[in-house]
Write a protein that binds this ligand. Sequence first.
Ligand SMILES: [Zn+2]
Ligand SMILES: [Zn+2]
Length: 438
Amino acid sequence: MKLDPNKLHFIPLGGCGEIGMNLNVYVYQRSAVIVDCGVMFSAEKDAAVFADIDSLWTVADRVLAILITHAHQDHIGALKDVWPELKCPIYGSRFAIEMVYSALDETDFSRDVPIRVLGQSEAFKLGPFEIERIPLTHSTVEMGAFVIAAAGSTVLHTGDWTFDSDPIVGPLSDLKALEKLGCQNLNAVVGDSTNALESGWTASEGSLRATLLDEIQKSAGRVCVTIFSSNVARIKLLADLAQETGRTFVVLGRSIETVVRAAQSAGYLTDLPPLVSPKQYGYLPPGQVLVVCTGSQGSSNSMLGRLAKDNRNDVYLESGDTVLFSARRVPGCEDDIDTVQALLKSRGIEVVDAQTASIHVSGHPKQDELRMMYSLVKPGCVIPVHGMAKHLDAHANLVKDMGLLAERIENGDVVEIGATCIRIGRVPSGRRLRPLRF
Ligand SMILES: [Zn+2]
Ligand SMILES: [Zn+2]
C-alpha cells in the first residue's frame, strides 16, 4: 500500500493481539525504525514464534535500526531470526545489549551486527527520526520507552512499564520527562496493555522484601526460589535476603547465570558472593542454603524440573526443603507447573505459590498507573499494544473513559499519526516458526 510521504506511520507486525512476539514499525518517507523484535513460545508446536516481516518492504526501502526497549525474550528473542534480513544496527541499553550479545552468540553473524549502546536518558537522530529514550521501571532492569518524532508528529512507545517507587535495582521511572512530554503536544502513545483488565496499582518490587523474608524464615530446610530468569532485581533481593538470614546464595540454571553475567557487565549485582559450584552444594547445611533457580513455568527440562524429579545429582532437594514459586503463571503452562508442584509435594518438599502468597509482583501497569501515565503525557490518542484482544479492548475502554481517543488496531494495521490518528489500511501480517528441537 502507498503511504503519504509527509506523514509518520505506525504498523505493529507482532504483539498486537497476543502477549509475545513484539515487533513494531514506524515509517516515514520509506525509512523504517523497528522497536523490539521478540518471540512467543508455542508449547503445542514446540517452536519459537515470531512476526513475519515480509510486508515491511511494501512500505519501506530501508530499516535504519532496531531499537530495543528491554531484554525480555518477547522483545529480543527473534533478533537472531530476523536480523539477517535487515542487517541494520541494534540500539539498546548496556544490559539489553549484553543480553542481545548472549542471544546472538550461537549465530555465525554475531560479530557483524552493528551495536549502539544507549544511555538511560539519551536523545539521538536516526535519519529523519528524532528519538529520545526515557527510563521506566519494569520486571527486568533498564527498560526504556522511546519518544519517536518525524514529520512534525510525536509518539511515545512505552515498552513494558510500571511506576515502581522501589525497583531495588536501576533508575526510577522518569516522571519529569513524561511530564515534559505532556507539555509538548504528544500525538500518540503506543502502550502496554498486559494488565489493563486489573484495577489498582501494581505492587512494588521492594514490597517483596518482607513477604519473601517471612517465607524464608519459616523454613528449617533449604529454600529454593524459582523466578523469571531476567528479573535482576529479584536476584539482588534474594541475594540480600540470603545474607540477612545467614544462608549461602546458590544460583542454579543456565539462563539465570547468563542474566547474572550480563547484569554484572552492565554494573549490577557486583556485590554478589562468588557462585557456589555444584560440588560444594552437598556440603552446605540445608538450613543455610538459599537457591535461586529457573523453572517457574514447570518445564521438565529446567533446573527445577530436574530438581523435582530426583535427588541423585550433585544439586538436589529433600524432604523438609521449601520451594517458592516467585513468578506468575504464564497461560498455557499451568498443567506443567501443577505437575512439578505435585512431584515436589510427593517427596515431602513444601511448595508456596504466588497465587496464594504475596511473593511475586507484575512488571506491567494496572489501571491506576495507566490513568496516571495518560494524565502526565496528555496524548492525542492511545494505541493499545502488547496484549491479547481482551487486554487491548480493556485498555481502549479505559482510555475512552478518561475522555481520550483510542485507536484499537491489530497486527498489520497501518495508522497515520498526526493531529488525529487514523487507521488507513492494512499490510499482510503473519507468523514464522523456529523449531525448538532439531
Ligand atoms: Zn517485559
Ligand atoms: Zn513484553
